[in-house]
Design a protein around this ligand. Structure first.
Ligand code: URA
Length: 243
């Protein structure tokens, strides 16, 4: 017997958290009956339907995707804008992004149909390092850089310590470029951190996710993760990460 939300997540329909929302909002039926209880246990022979569609178990697939700017980290958009799954037109598995990057942010985004994996990679408890290159307006002072490193107050709490390095500065254009590694994933975190010190982000790219890089890929490209990479990522999330 398994918990209903776990079964839905493993079937590749949604992340565990999203699966819980589907249950509590009455979108899930087990053997023809709507189930609203999150702890419900199901057995393999139970017929599960999500939004009226029977659940089928898919083989898990894992991709590293170089998200271009101007693309939504979602599987569909009401306004008809380009979404990340548009870049996988041939794929039969129903993949979704692992976390998200803003519309205007480019860079490394994992995509999978494995909801449990998504949960492991995005849960704040697991501290997966994510490295960004940010071009910001103006030239932050040493004190401001230390503030970013130590933690800065945002409206939803303090940020955890981060690694921050200035890569270059352009006095004439009044901008500078930073490499920043964070270990959590608050909404629009990098942009809000720089906004908080008065140096808004002009351009943002995620260069690394844990040990993974964008090497050899151009915006819009993707590649499958190797089984070893998937294993390593799971291992990282289970064993914590050295900051
Ligand atoms: N931080 C941001 O501000 N935006 C992203 O897309 C990712 C991290």
């Amino acid at each position: 017997m398994e918990r209903l939300q776990k079964v839905i997540a493993q079937a590749g329909v949604a992340s565990r958290r999203k699966a819980e929302e589907l249950i509590t909002s009455g979108k899930v039926k087990v053997n023809g009956q709507v189930v609203l209880e999150l702890g419900t246990k199901v057995k393999p022979s139970d017929e599960i339907e999500v939004n009226g569609i029977p659940l089928e178990k898919e083989e898990p697939v894992y991709f590293l995707f170089y998200k271009p700017r101007g693309v939504i980290s979602s599987v569909k958009d009401d306004k008809g804008r380009k979404v990340v799954t548009d870049f996988f037109p041939e794929l039969k598995e129903r993949i979704f992004p692992v976390g998200r990057l803003d519309y205007d942010t480019s860079g490394l985004l994992l995509m999978t149909n494995d909801g449990e994996f998504t949960n492991q990679m995005t849960h704040p408890r697991y501290h997966i390092p994510k490295t960004y290159i940010a071009k910001v307006k103006g030239i932050p002072s040493k004190t401001q850089i230390i503030q970013l490193q130590k933690g800065i107050k945002l409206e939803d709490g303090m940020t955890a310590p981060a690694k921050v390095k200035m890569l270059s500065l352009d006095k004439r254009k009044n901008s500078s470029i930073f490499e920043l590694t964070i270990y959590e994933g608050k909404n629009r975190q990098v942009r809000r951190m720089f906004e908080a010190i008065g140096h808004p982000v002009l351009k943002l790219k995620r260069e690394r996710f844990a040990f993974l890089t964008l090497d050899g890929l151009s915006p819009g490209d993707s590649r499958e993760l190797t089984p070893h990479e998937v294993k390593q990522l799971r291992h990282l999330s289970q064993n914590g990460n050295q900051r």
